[in-house]
Design a protein around this ligand. Sequence first.
Ligand code: PLP
Length: 232
Amino acid sequence: MGVQENLAKIKGEIDSISKQCGREGKVKLVAVSKFHPASSVSEAAEAGQILFGENRVQEASEKFDEVAKKFPAARLHIIGHLQRNKVKEAVRIASCIQSVDRAEIIDEIEKRCAETGKEIEILFEYHTGEESKSGFENDDEIRAALEKFSEGKYPHIKPRGFMTMAPFTEDESAIRASFKKLRELSISMQSEFPQFDLNELSMGMSGDFKIAIEEGSTMVRVGTAIFGERKN
Ligand SMILES: *Cc1c(COP(=O)(O)O)cnc(C)c1O
């Protein structure tokens, strides 16, 4: 099947699962196009897909400068671990950085945004499963970062919620537990920081997005099921 058929199928599945759990229209789809060419991104964009996710800044900027010319409505989220020296370019090309996994990177994002006057959204990546390598492991570090937001230290950045990767396992209960952990974090942070909208929960990939939606995902990041296997 081609990209457009896959996309239609995934959207249909998202709709029916979210309907089943009374969350119709609440789940956005991020099409993860890493390792796939700009032509595949364009195919998805032609079918109406607006939101894309990429792991690597270098690869993303080569691709998305081209895509943006044809599809100005397309938006890019960075979803992979971000090195400090890539922040400037990430801020130029993305509307959201989902993979904010340490406090110091927020300072760098603010600095780079301030240089150009750009505003950007971020999600805090949270470590909820044993096998995921990155993400905040400690609620207090996220709390401390949100306190700095409260003090107005990051005027160009909007904190919008949380992101996680479930462990790679067949054990559904371990996956579900990981997503539950993210939802619980978001509920407690939202109550501590009511001045922010921390309602985005980016969780669920090709293999586990159904469970993620049942557990409250507002944003699923699907690559393989749309674009096919990656040749990396
Ligand atoms: C690659 C990747 C995805 C998409 O994974 P698939 O299994 O191909 O759907 C989602 N999130 C992150 C952070 C990724 O790196």
